[in-house]
Design a protein around this ligand. Structure first.
Ligand code: RB5
Length: 149
């Protein structure tokens, strides 16, 4: 799977570990596009959220991963891009439900509250859980309608 990933300074270190992991043993089948940031110097999370969200919206990646301190700012910013459903997840169950119920195409991780192991499990779960369809598809159509407001 082609995955776009981005982080602000708070998520930079965890992003670096996840990029290596996704490209090697943990997820060697993935193609990872790292859209920054490039270090721990302070930067603005909306810039990275926009880069990843646009990559997903434009088809350059089929899923996105965003990391900031809480995941919250990244989700708020990414969800401004039409077609993006970005979800903050904090454990494997919420990662599964974001994919199954909400058809999330971007996962936003709280780098100040999750270590590498938890992040890996959430990502693996998110990427491998299919969308549930049915009543969830109806609800996604209603979300899409809201994009016109
Ligand atoms: C940066 O200090 C912090 O505000 C940011 O990483 C994120 O948590 C925002 O939602």
């Amino acid at each position: 799977m082609k995955i776009a990933i981005g982080a602000d300074h708070a998520g930079y270190r965890l992003k670096a570990k996840l990029v290596s992991w996704l490209r090697s043993a943990g997820g060697g089948r993935h193609q990872v596009v790292d859209l920054g940031c490039g270090g721990v110097d302070s930067c603005d999370y909306p810039d990275l959220a926009a880069a990843v969200a646009r990559a997903v919206k434009g088809g350059k990646a089929s899923r996105g991963i965003l990391l900031c301190g809480t995941g919250i700012g990244m989700a708020m910013a990414a969800n401004k891009i039409h077609g993006i459903r970005a979800a903050v997840t904090w454990n494997p169950r919420t990662a599964a439900l974001a994919a199954e119920h909400n058809g999330a195409n971007v996962i936003c991780l709280p780098a100040r509250f999750a270590g590498i192991t938890k992040a890996q499990v959430m990502i693996r779960t998110f990427l491998s859980t299919p969308f549930g369809g049915g009543r969830h598809a109806r609800r996604l159509r209603k979300i899409k309608q809201l994009e016109k407001c």
